[in-house]
Design a protein. Structure first.
Length: 855
RNA sequence: GCGGGUGUGGCGGAAUGGUAGACGCGACGGAUUCAAAAUCCGUUUCUGGAGACAGAGUGUCGGUUCGAGUCCGACCACCCGUACCA
């Protein structure tokens, strides 16, 4: 018996598919289309198990849908701009473009042998001028449509490297390279008006019925609609021009519990006070060192600075509240100023306790006496009745909110306002390796878009990375250009675009990747939307929200049909591939990460370096990442066992939406199973026709198993439960192996086996198909048809519970009614034993499911 | 901090409120073999018992139900995101 040789077989079928053009997608209005897309990879240099898992899932869907008769679009590209290329440029003296295209070449070489059914003729890379030139054209359209504008905003500034840092590059408030304390610096930057769409993006979540509920929730919370009151305090002792302090609150009902007002360190009032108050200036400087990330700001110790300014309570002029600058108030949300009601907000309470401010409860739980209600260390945030609040006393929270709003409006001091947490999308990056923002700054004309015929504005090939900062800033021949409007000497914008812009429309570009416009109407109309989008849960908010916005912006500027403003019909978020982390400490006390290959794990679980034997700290299993070096190379698996084994393995065991921890042990098992299937096929083909009594019965039993497999595998694939589909294929394999059905029946079973396995293990499936005399390429065959009549069972086994515990079971005809089952149960030996002569207190019969006898 | 998720044998996991542990890995036993590899068959949640069987058991504590891994409440641990990593 010859063994199945993946190394020879896989390239053979890949060549056959290539020659047949099996995966080329052509627009054909006569056929129903299906667009399946996996989030495109960043070309880091090598593919990893996460890619294999992601693209295998998409490929299973693509191949299955093709077998179902759809005209399938399944493209691939590269999310090719980004920081790592610049880091490589600085560290290895290689140009970002060279580094990136080399990586793309390597990764393509590693992907191809996996046999994904991709239309490679549509390949694109976002760093290619062919792609980003069209992006620049859309940027100009968006400027003209009022969707792009400039305003000031803050960045992390490294004062030693004189460069802007990404949040990731800030470690404990210091720059990762220089170690310098980070500052916040204000720059004029480009923004997209995503906040104009807050309400619509929120509303439309309701239409995304084939998205995971968790993603819809996360997006809704991110957009963060709140209904509140915006009002103005009169100030005492504030500088010129700050007679009022405008605050936003969602709890106007607690206004009588207010004990302080708080403003962000970046609030204009705080900035105005800094000049004459060195202490405050120092406090603010320290706050700014926390950086710009919300996480860092929120987890930092809550601190405040009493400005000495007071505000007057809007309903009681005798009450004055101190105004604090507080490090936890974000300038980006609301007005950058709040009032604090410690009794009913935990953060305010912590703050009040720290600075000795009064804590007055103004909402009392219904079941508690007002006199006995005191606030300890926990703020009361539930519902109740208003107390200690003058004219609000006795009201519900809702009534009090309305009353406060009414009186504020009457006093001309405030108004109801709907607020969103979602901020406009800042797209400027002070970096080289991104899509240049196609505008020119002219001393007389101001900000002028580049002429479309001059696009693309290409990145220079000769940038230097020998000093930190953006090389475009110090590249005179690239930077100095005539103004597109008046021709006078002017300067290009040297900021490039956020890489999220690149990934916000690549799905649309795939429908016409070589066009000299961003999209082509007919192609977009035919192929959009993406029917099935697959990617990591880590993109649940930003990438998907930006794409939803961008599709709307493209519709407004005529680049997508209105029907495509929600570009992803169905979304599946796969779990990540995780692995343990291995680290040692360097002499300088810094953490040094090691790859799994560098580490040897002993039987007792302790780990040491293969080289030198130094003890290694084993960290928790987290997302595979280059920076932590906890990566496993799929190329090794593919070379040893073949693509089908790797594909089969990543589809088995773990449910696709869950994280999977990579272990090497299963690959061997997957390979063994594929060998077994091959042997079964070869056996069936070579079997002698044995005249066996009962052959018909055996054949029927095998046909039943076959059709059960068709039903179960189909359900598994349709329901994105690939691990269950795989489990059912294991069972089916077992059934065929044990069957002594005649040759023809076994050949038929194995032909169905090949067709059911084809989405996961396409090469093996083709080989079996050919070996068993199947017509043409299996890839062009339809999905096996199910004969429902073969699924029906004559008898079913019902478990019997006594008091909810299983004590036995009975076999009953499948069509037995309740009364018949009851009679059989009451005659059952086990039941009689437990009843001990008595009558059951209750008898629950769920036909086809279970029987429960309560004694 | 905040938002979202996950938690079941030695391991990955299965289970429309209805037999907890399908399927796979590992382990153990057997067949085949001069022997091994490969392959095939069987056992495998834990505790007690020769066994029939009994008791316990789905992160922790409590609740709803004839019946809870599944529903509700409180907590614990870990993971993802937190707007300049992609």
């Amino acid at each position: 018996m010859s063994r199945y040789n993946a190394r020879e077989t896989e390239p053979k079928w890949q060549a056959a598919w290539e020659a047949a053009g099996s995966f080329r997608a052509e627009r054909d209005p006569a056929r129903e289309k299906y667009y399946v897309l996996e989030m495109f990879p960043y070309p880091s240099g090598r593919i990893h198990m996460g890619h294999v898992r992601n693209y295998t899932m998409g490929d299973v869907v693509a191949r299955y849908k093709r077998a179902r008769g759809f005209n399938v679009l399944h493209p691939m590209g590269w999310d090719a701009f980004g920081l790592p290329a610049e880091n490589a440029a600085m560290e290895k003296k290689v140009s970002p473009a060279v580094w990136t295209y080399q990586n793309i070449g390597t990764m393509k070489e590693q992907l191809k042998p996996l046999g994904f059914s991709l239309d490679w003729t549509r390949e694109l890379a976002t760093c290619d001028p062919e792609y980003y030139g069209q992006q620049q054209a859309m940027f100009i359209d968006m400027m003209e449509a009022g969707l792009a504008y400039r305003k000031n905003s803050v960045v992390n500034w490294d004062p030693v490297d004189m460069t802007v840092l990404a949040n990731e590059q800030v470690e404990n408030g210091r720059g990762w390279r220089s170690g310098a304390l980070v500052e916040r610096r204000e720059l004029t930057q480009w923004f997209f008006r995503i906040s104009d769409f807050s309400e619509e993006l929120l509303e439309a979540i309701g239409t995304l019925t084939d998205w995971p509920e968790k993603v819809r929730l996360m997006q809704a919370n991110w957009i963060g609609r709140s209904e509140g009151l915006q009002f103005r305090f009169a100030t005492l002792g504030a500088p010129e021009g700050f007679g009022e302090l405008e605050v936003y609150t969602t709890r106007p009902d607690t206004i009588f519990g207010a004990s302080f007002a708080g403003i962000s360190p970046d609030h204009p009032l705080s900035r105005a006070l800094e000049a004459g108050n060195p202490e405050l200036a120092a406090f603010n400087a320290e706050c700014r060192r926390i950086g710009t990330s919300e996480e860092a700001l929120e987890t930092a110790e809550k601190r405040g600075f009493d400005t000495g300014i007071r505000v007057v309570h809007p309903f009681d002029a005798s009450k004055e509240l101190p105004v604090y600058v507080a490090n936890f108030i974000l300038m980006d949300y609301g007005t950058g100023a709040i009032f604090g009601c410690p009794a009913h907000d935990q953060r305010d309470l912590d703050f009040a306790r720290k600075y000795g401010l009064t804590v007055t409860p103004v909402v009392c739980p219904e079941n508690q006496l007002v006199d006995e209600f005191v606030i300890g260390d926990t703020a009361f945030t539930d519902t109740g009745r208003i107390i200690n609040s003058g004219f609000l006393d006795g009201m519900t929270i809702e009534a009090a909110k309305a009353e406060v709003a009414r009186r504020m409006a009457a006093q001309g001091q405030g108004e109801l306002k709907v607020n969103f947490r979602l901020r406009d999308w800042g797209v400027s990056r002070q970096r080289f390796w991104g899509c240049p923002i196609p505008v020119v700054h002219c001393p007389s004309c101001g900000v002028v878009p580049e002429k479309k015929e001059n696009l693309p504005v290409e990145l220079p090939a000769d940038a230097s990375f020998d000093q930190p900062g953006n090389p475009l800033d110090r590249h005179p021949t690239w930077r100095d250009v005539p103004c597109p409007a008046c021709g006078a000497p002017a300067k290009r914008e040297t900021d490039t675009m956020d890489t999220f812009v690149d990934s916000s429309w690549y799905f649309a570009r795939f429908t016409a990747p070589r066009a000299d416009t961003p999209t082509v109407a007919e192609d977009a109309a035919y192929w959009m939307n993406v029917d099935q989008y697959i990617g990591g849960i880590e993109h649940a908010i930003l990438h998907l929200l930006y794409s939803r916005f961008f599709a709307r912006a493209m519709a407004k500027t005529g680049h997508l049909p209105q029907s495509a403003i929600e570009p992803f019909d169905s979304l599946f978020t796969q779990g990540m591939v995780t692995h343990e982390t291995y680290s040692t400490l360097s002499e300088a006390g810094r953490t040094v990460w090691h790859t799994p290959e560098e580490v040897e794990i002993a039987a007792d679980g302790t780990a040491r370096l293969r080289e030198g034997g130094a003890p290694v700290t084993v960290g928790p299993s987290i997302k595979m990442s280059k920076s932590k070096k906890n990566v496993v190379d799929p190329v090794d698996i593919t070379e040893q066992y073949g693509a089908d084994t790797a594909r089969w393995f990543v589809m088995s065991d773990s449910p696709p939406e869950r994280d999977v921890e990579w272990t090497a042990s299963g690959a061997e098992a997957a390979w063994r199973h594929l060998q077994r299937v091959w042997r079964l096929a070869a056996d069936a083909a070579g079997a002698d026709e044995l005249p066996s009594a009962g052959g018909d019965e055996e054949a029927l039993a095998l046909a039943r198993a076959t059709h059960r497999a068709i039903a179960e595998v189909t359900a598994g694939i349709e329901g994105f439960a690939f691990n269950k589909a795989v489990a059912k294929l294991y069972e089916f394999t077992s059934a065929v192996a044990k069957s002594s059905a005649p040759r023809a029946a076994r050949i038929e079973a194995m032909q169905v086996m090949a067709r059911l396995m084809a989405p996961m293990t396409p090469h093996l499936a083709e080989e079996i198909w050919a070996h068993l005399g199947g017509e043409g390429l299996l890839v062009a065959q339809p999905w096996p048809e199910l004969d429902e009549s073969l699924l029906k069972e004559d008898t079913v086994t019902l478990p019997i519970q006594i008091n909810g515990k299983k004590r036995g079971d009975i076999s009953v005809p499948a069509d037995a009614d309740r009364a018949a089952i009851e009679a059989m149960v009451m005659a059952d030996e086990t039941v009689l034993r437990y009843l001990d002569g008595g009558a059951p207190r209750k008898l629950i019969v769920v036909p086809g499911r279970i029987v429960n006898v309560v004694v």
